[in-house]
Ligand binder design. Structure first.
Ligand code: BGC
Length: 344
């Protein structure tokens, strides 16, 4: 055999071997066992009632699935939240679930998690301008719509005050958009005058109280309705109204179905609140987190734009709660007990 024929044979043989190697299906990585999954939950705050429930119910849901959760809360401090999340990432968690204090500042955490191969779920609040993997929340525009619808029913004409949430929280903007969408026709018709409209730094009752005092002062106490962005700020509004002898005379709308808010509704000091079933939120987030950790395909058909991408999102429907629907909503759901709501 000539030398060049041998060379051709060798080349053909090598090519065939390579083809065979390529045709072998590459072994799929074994999914991580459930009991080995660790989910990091980075929370902004535990101040409002609801976040305690989020913490406990999320832990319960993750553990019910057989995985482990490590929880950190940052007391509303951006720097601390970033540091805590970094520690979680370094500790080898499989997925990071985050409630951002600041919608923009937390983008850095998402980047770091991804560099470490960890997927990120935005929980309740959207992280803006970041490559997050999933967003699980309520329909926050709907929260504002429900507030405004209830308020227009109760006060079709008059001077409205809008006490916004924290400007650094995307939910505060969504709620406001929803509320004003519903109010706009009444504003255009001249029936509703929005005489005060301010954000409330860090959603604190104290800042809301100061805003409400200012609203009353600059409008000669002529206020007919207040839309407060949650029950905590609603509590601040009530304090301010009480100072002017207006407690129970001006309807307030809130959200979260905090026990204090619900009890104000019972006492006739607040018109309504918006209940967001936290158990549903936390269970959904826990299931999705475990799926992401196992590298499973997650099929989600709705998207929310966060400034960087269309984020696959699950948005749960919120529920309006009025005096006559407390029993059939929050009590029936076991969110609050009958005694807590109506007891002394
Ligand atoms: C949440 C509200 C909460 C508020 C203050 C918002 O992002 O959607 O439920 O009351 O933050 O913590």
């Amino acid at each position: 055999m000539q030398r060049w024929t041998v060379l051709v044979f060798v080349l053909v043989f090598l090519f065939a071997c390579e083809q065979q190697v390529e045709q072998q299906p590459s072994p799929r990585p074994e999914p991580i066992a459930i009991e080995d999954i660790r989910i990091g939950f980075s929370m902004d705050t535990l101040v409002e009632d609801r976040w305690i429930k989020d913490r406990d119910l999320f832990k319960e849901a993750v553990e019910a699935l057989g995985a482990e959760v490590v929880i950190e809360a940052a007391n509303g401090d951006d720097v601390l939240q970033v540091a805590q999340a970094e520690t979680l990432i370094q500790s080898g968690i499989d997925v990071l679930v985050i409630v951002p204090h600041n919608a923009e500042a937390t983008a850095a955490i998402v980047h770091k998690a991804h560099q470490a191969g960890i997927k990120v779920i935005s929980y309740d609040r959207l992280v803006k301008n970041a490559d997050i993997d999933l967003y699980v929340s309520f329909d926050n525009e709907r929260v504002g719509e429900l507030q405004a619808e209830a308020m227009l029913q109760a006060v079709p004409q008059g001077n409205y005050v809008f006490i916004g949430g924290a400007a650094t929280d995307n939910n505060a903007h969504l709620l406001k958009r929803g509320a004003f969408r519903v109010l706009q026709p009444a504003i255009d018709a001249g029936d509703v005058r929005v005489i005060y409209d301010q954000w409330t730094e860090d959603w604190t009752p104290v800042n809301a109280r100061d805003n409400m005092r200012e609203a009353l002062e600059i409008n000669a106490h002529q206020v007919d309705a207040v839309i407060a962005s949650n029950d905590a700020t609603g509590g601040g509004v009530q304090e301010a109204l009480a100072i002017y002898g207006l407690n129970g005379k001006v309807p307030i709308a809130g959200q979260d179905a905090d026990l204090a808010g619900i009890r104000r509704i019972v006492a006739g000091e607040q018109l309504m609140t918006v209940y967001k079933p936290i158990r549903h939120l936390s269970q959904t987030a826990a299931q999705l987190a475990v799926m992401l950790a196992r590298g499973e395909e997650v099929e989600i058909s709705s998207y929310v734009n966060n400034g960087k991408k269309e984020v696959p999102s699950v948005l749960i429907e919120p529920i309006a709660v009025m005096r006559d629907t407390i029993d059939s909503t929050v009590i029936q759901d076991g969110y609050h007990s009958y005694d807590d709501v109506y007891g002394n």
